[in-house]
Design a protein around this ligand. Structure first.
Ligand code: IFM
Length: 450
């Protein structure tokens, strides 16, 4: 057994998102979000679950901060609900919304926890979806206005910001697959949405910096190492295109000012509505790269597909890693590989692991203990892989377990539990899982015996 160590000052934290934990969906002047509308539409979310109450954290946030403090967390990634700040997505801010997040930030700082807010974790004001949503390029400017409002209110205390959560996921699942809010299924809407999101990233980056030039600003990118299905050169090329689209489409634009080589015949700039001067606007010299990582992706060449010429054939190879309750493979090397790939392509540049975690349904036993050994094994594996990447030269500054609490897992409703802390959704009782205690020891010792 050898000691797995992390650099001094490494941040140990957890992550949540507003719609997934806050509840209070129409309190204190909050506007309707696309997730309120989607979850209130029968048939969209498993079991008809909604985020109306979720973990009730809009009211119980003091308890949640006390939990984190007790567990020795030093960073908390949460998100700000845009419709609490601008109920219709534009115009004057709602002071009650800003006050709520101001109190949260003050209490985090008082507890010695770094606030790491995300400006957009998928709860778009419904009024902006009614105006065309992300496929409407005007949304980029609206998002920058909102970013400026929030930075002016909190930027004296918040030093690290995340602009967007997983642009590749919310555009694909929300506008192409239709499985998430707003539930559209249109390739053209989707392609335009990807470009608006890139514009929004560039404009909001500058909006935050115009208020606080020294703020550290990044985005949380969904990332998954793409492996060719076979040794065939065509599969290898297809895997690289898949990587370019799903891992790099919002990073290459920011840091290099160009779309990566994802499409067989080049990026469909007309269908994306890319205009003169846009590629200057999308640029953003991000201060750190946020990585959200859950699975790897196995890719096969698909010559008949005129877009990426590739198709994913799964997120695991038969018979390899064990599966979580979501069916996702546990494969720690994927974190090692992804962090080193990003370091090779864009480094040296600070990286934050902004999400990583697993869903298991374990609940309290007769003694009230939640024995989630499988989550401890998961964390041990992924943290070990991360430590190896740091040793190999990656500049990783923090790790955020997804999630602090069991919460509303989007189209899966309450069916998938990712928390370090178990939540009884009927009583709102919180119970720290054994994994939460194990992770607290790792945070306290800045390492563990591997
Ligand atoms: O719950 C989500 C989170 O909102 C975004 N990243 C993936 C998590 C697990 O599916």
């Amino acid at each position: 057994m050898s000691r797995v160590r992390f650099p001094d000052g490494f941040h140990w934290g957890s992550a949540t998102a507003s719609y997934q934990i806050e509840g209070a969906w129409d309190a204190d002047g909050k506007g309707e979000s696309i997730w309120d509308r989607f979850a209130h539409t029968p048939g969209r979310v498993r079991n008809g679950d909604t985020g109306d109450v979720a973990c009730d954290s809009y009211r119980r946030w003091r308890d949640d901060i006390a939990l984190m403090k007790g567990l020795g967390h030093t960073s908390y990634r949460f998100s700000i609900a845009w419709p609490r700040i601008q109920p219709a997505g534009k115009g004057a801010p709602n002071s009650k919304g800003l006050e709520h997040y101001g109190r949260l930030v003050d209490a985090l700082l008082a507890a010695g926890i770094r606030p790491l807010p995300t400006l957009y974790h998928w709860d778009l004001p419904q009024a902006l979806e009614d105006d065309g949503g992300w496929p409407n390029r005007d949304l980029a400017g609206r998002f920058a206005d909102y970013a400026e409002i929030v930075t002016k209110a909190l930027g004296d205390r918040v030093k690290h910001w995340i602009l967007l959560n997983e642009p590749a996921i919310f555009t694909t699942i929300g506008y192409l697959a239709g499985h998430h809010a707003p539930g559209r299924k249109s390739r053209d809407d989707f392609l335009r949405a990807t470009h608006t999101v890139n514009l929004a990233q560039g404009l909001s980056f500058r909006a935050v910096k115009s208020v606080h030039p020294n703020a550290c600003v990044g985005t949380a990118f969904s990332m998954s190492p793409c492996e060719p299905e076979s040794d065939d050169a065509a599969d290898a090329a297809a895997a690289e295109r898949w990587h370019a689209f799903f891992n790099d489409w919002y990073l290459s634009t920011a840091l290099r000012g160009r779309y990566p080589d994802a499409f067989v015949s080049g990026p469909p700039l007309d269908r994306m509505d890319v205009r003169d001067g846009d590629m200057d606007l999308v640029r953003a010299e991000l201060d750190f790269i946020g990585i959200n990582l859950y699975t790897r992706t196995i890719v096969r060449a698909q010559p008949r597909d005129p877009n990426l010429g590739a198709t994913p054939v799964g997120s695991a190879r038969d018979g390899q890693g064990p599966r979580t309750d979501f069916g996702w493979e546990v494969w720690p090397d994927s974190l090692h590989e992804m962090v080193l790939r990003v370091t090779k392509d864009y480094g040296p540049r600070p990286i934050e692991i902004t999400e990583n975690g697993c869903s298991y349904a374990d609940g309290p036993d007769a003694n009230g203990t939640v024995r989630d050994e499988r989550r401890i094994d998961f964390l041990r594996g992924y943290l070990g892989a991360l430590a190896r990447a740091i040793e190999a030269g990656a500049d990783v500054r923090g790790y955020h377990a997804w999630s602090l609490l069991d919460n509303f897992e989007w189209a899966e409703g309450m069916a998938q539990r990712f928390g370090l802390v178990h939540v009884d959704f009927a009583s709102q009782k919180r119970t720290i899982k054994e994994s939460g205690r194990w992770y607290a020891r790792v945070a306290a010792e800045n390492g563990f015996d591997g």
